[in-house]
Every structure is written in structure tokens, then in C-alpha cells.
Design a protein around this ligand. Structure first.
Ligand SMILES: [Zn+2]
Length: 191
């Protein structure tokens, strides 16, 4: 069913709002906690509500926003918690191109050039051909010329130096990077 027919009237507090604001409410960021209360991801309120309606998650914190669906006001969640514990191997924690580029300040980690994201690629410090993993610790922002020059070599072999050792960015830092506004997240985020 299309959302426009499901949610035919939209209310923030007691004030009806336009559809644009309605969709913005659903695109607000929502923190996802594991069943153990450990923060594991950030998603849209829309996806978080889907998890709640499917019975896969419960709402832990709500935002100031509500949407009106079938004559009931549904608060837009800012934190949800999964009902079932999900095993999260450390390496798989939401490594993303956007996250790597943000962490590295949009600068090539070899020559230091600050470039628009379209002019940057991700470099495997230990090349994939040598079983270098796709992890926070082995991926860096890199310009195309440096990436070509490095090829299938380690930085040492190519005589290149990393600006800094790549590390996993904590959820707390990513939360800041995403400039999310929710104070409600703070008590779930450590580091
Ligand atoms: Zn470069």
C-alpha cells in the first residue's frame, strides 16, 4: 500500500503539516540497538518503524514528531531496539564508502589532496589480491592517480606513506559526523 494512502493526514504534535515535512519525519535518523542495548546501526525512521510493525524491534525513545496513521498518532522513533540478539562481527560494523570518506576528511591519505567525493576512491591498504579485508582498518580515501600508482602493492612496497593509520570510527563519532540532532542517543553511545 502506498504511504500516501496509508497516512492520509500528518500531524506533528497537534499541528497538521505538509507532505514534505511528513516525509522528512520518516527520513529522520533513528539509532538501532541490539537486544543487548548495544548501538549497532543508524537507519531512517521509516525503516525503524517497519521493524517495529513487523515485531522485530521495540521503540526505546521517540522523537518530538508523530505521524497520523489510520486515526492514531504514531510517534516517530529516535531509538529502537531489536527483539532478537544479532551477532555483529567487529569487521562487519557498517563500513561504508561514505563513512570512510568522512573519517578521512575527503582527503587522499597518500598525497593529502582534498577532493570532491567523485574524485576519490577507496584504497585497500593491504591489497585485496593479498587478502586485505574490506574493513575500517584496511580502507582509506585515495585519489585515482595515487590508487593507480600503488596498484597491487602495499604502501611500503610502493614507497608511499599513509597520512595516518586507519581506524574504525566509533558509532559516537559517526553520530557526530552525521550531524544527527538527537540527544536521546547519547546514553546509548560510548567511546
Ligand atoms: Zn593522492
Amino acid at each position: 500500500m502506498a504511504e500516501s494512502t496509508t497516512f492520509n493526514r500528518v500531524v506533528v504534535g497537534s499541528t497538521p503539516i505538509g507532505l514534505t515535512k511528513f516525509y522528512m519525519s520518516l527520513n529522520r535518523l533513528c539509532l538501532v540497538l541490539n537486544a543487548s542495548y548495544e548501538a549497532i546501526n543508524v537507519t531512517s525512521a521509516r525503516r525503524a518503524l517497519t521493524l517495529v510493525f513487523k515485531g522485530a524491534a521495540v521503540v526505546e525513545e521517540v522523537s518530538a514528531f508523530t505521524i497520523r496513521a489510520a486515526k492514531i498518532n504514531v510517534p516517530v522513533p529516535s531509538v529502537v531496539r531489536l527483539m532478537k540478539y544479532r551477532r555483529m562481527p567487529r569487521q562487519n560494523r557498517a563500513v561504508s564508502r561514505k563513512g570512510i570518506l568522512l573519517r578521512d576528511g575527503g582527503a587522499c591519505q597518500y598525497c593529502g589532496a582534498r577532493l570532491p567525493s567523485g574524485n576519490l576512491t577507496l584504497d585497500h591498504v593491504v591489497p585485496r589480491s593479498r587478502r586485505g579485508p574490506s574493513t575500517w582498518e584496511n580502507l582509506v580515501a585515495c585519489c585515482f592517480p595515487c590508487n593507480n600508482h600503488k596498484g597491487n602493492r602495499t604502501p611500503q612496497e610502493a614507497g608511499m606513506t599513509l597520512a595516518r593509520q586507519p581506524r574504525q570510527v566509533s558509532l559516537h563519532a559517526r553520530h557526530k559526523l552525521l550531524a544527527a540532532d538527537s540527544r536521546a542517543w547519547d546514553k546509548y553511545l560510548f567511546a
